[in-house]
Design a protein around this ligand. Structure first.
Ligand code: FAD
Ligand code: SF4
Ligand code: SF4
Ligand code: SF4
Length: 340
């Protein structure tokens, strides 16, 4: 007898992402799915702020393991604010640079390269003329001063891992990234998928930044238009305490209320459940720090080892007295705004 029941074809894994993440506008833009894919099936659409399919899928399911925004993976991620840690310190770089806060990230990464702990670090550089941000793979410690500072509009750090994976001369890397990037790598590290291991095996240290929210690519043109300054005059931008503070090369400071830039926040950032990069080895932010310092949260034995070496080599000055309650407060505000 013929079975007349209509059988719905199973969705391919990327189609599951399309249904449960992309169409719901919860994509974090972390590129975990794109980078782990062995068939180069996916690419990122900057306008839509999410991936799309470009070549056939081989149904390996690695993309599903990478994604911090599938309902199954969201359930695996805790809603703790500060997360687990071994130590928490105020940290200042013993050097001068155009740092965002105390320069802890730059100093720690320099120590990792100087001491031969890694061959490369992956950071976010920018074209200082147009203020357009893009990931950079760096082997020269001195170059890290040029890429210091927060870039509020880009998140393609993981895509740089593709080049690192192909380069047989590179054995170990340190990677800086947003909490969503740390989540994607963290999820892949827990996955038994063979392609997950390929993507993560060269990552020795994860340095995560705090992040309340990030903006789309139209932020810089909009800000320069509202302030009436060309992008190349901008030396530094800082989002915090309700305003975007723009420091110009001549030292002049201009501000815009963040509430008036809300339309440029990436949609997926409004579904984000991590403020402090809880899956990193070391997390760094400004909230709760002493003046002129960065807060450094040392989370894992690997992070503790890297931090100890940075300290021993004189790369950083370290002090106690971090205001953990202040970090909790901002983290709770983020979770509340995002519906958690
Ligand atoms: C989008 C965004 C939002 C943030 N929101 C908060 C917040 O709400 N509260 C808070 O306390 N801190 C926040 N931070 C972190 C803070 O701005 C500083 O990055 C952190 O305190 C480190 O300062 P530092 O002086 O030690 O870093 P630096 O020594 O200046 O080095 C910063 C390093 O981070 C890299 N980097 C910059 N932007 C990115 C990026 N988008 N992705 C990956 N790597 C990058 C740079 O290449 C550089 O290597 C945010 C950062 C970003 C990028
Ligand atoms: S990672 Fe695997 S399942 Fe996902 S899109 Fe690529 S080939 Fe398809
Ligand atoms: S959140 Fe990251 S892994 Fe998930 S669909 Fe978006 S880019 Fe891909
Ligand atoms: S808020 Fe920050 S960590 Fe969360 S999705 Fe946006 S860029 Fe990623």
């Amino acid at each position: 007898m013929l079975n007349n029941a209509i059988v719905t074809p199973a969705l391919l894994p990327f189609q599951e992402l399309e249904q449960s993440v992309w169409k719901k506008e919860t994509c974090a833009g972390c590129r975990g799915c794109i980078t782990v894919c062995p068939a180069n099936t996916l690419a990122f659409d900057l306008k839509l702020a999410r991936p799309y399919q470009i070549t056939p899928c081989i149904d390996c399911k690695a993309c599903l393991d990478a994604c911090p925004r599938t309902p199954a993976n969201m359930d695996k991620l805790s809603l703790d604010i500060v997360g687990p840690y071994l130590d928490i310190k105020n940290v200042k770089a013993n050097g001068n640079g155009r740092y965002q806060n105390g320069g802890a990230v730059t100093a720690i990464l320099k120590a990792a390269l100087d001491e031969g702990l890694v061959d490369r670090v992956i950071v976010m550089g920018s074209d200082r003329w147009a203020q357009k941000a893009y990931a950079r793979i760096v082997s020269d410690p001195a170059y890290l001063d040029k890429v210091a500072g927060s870039k509020y509009t880009a998140n393609d750090i993981l895509e740089a891992m593709r080049d690192v994976m192909k380069d047989a001369s590179v054995r170990n890397v340190a990677l800086v990234g947003m909490p969503c990037t740390m989540q994607a790598v963290g999820l892949l590290r827990r996955s038994s998928n063979e392609y997950a291991a390929k993507l993560t095996q060269k990552i020795r240290f994860l340095v995560g930044l705090f992040c309340f929210e990030c903006f789309d690519d139209t932020l810089v043109p909009e800000v320069t238009q509202r302030l009436g300054v060309p992008p190349w005059r901008i030396a530094k931008m800082n989002a915090g305490e309700g305003r975007l503070t723009v420091t110009l090369r001549n030292g002049e400071i201009k501000t815009l209320p963040l509430a008036k830039l809300a339309e440029f926040v990436k949609p997926g950032c409004r579904k984000c459940n991590d403020f402090t990069s809880k899956l990193a080895d070391i997390s760094v932010g400004s909230v709760g720090s002493a003046a002129g310092s960065s807060v450094v949260i040392i989370r894992t034995p690997e992070g503790a080892g890297l931090f100890e070496i940075a300290r021993e080599t004189g790369a950083v000055s370290v002090a106690d007295g971090v205001d953990v309650a202040a970090i909790e407060k901002v983290g709770k505000l983020k979770l509340k705004r995002n519906g958690f």
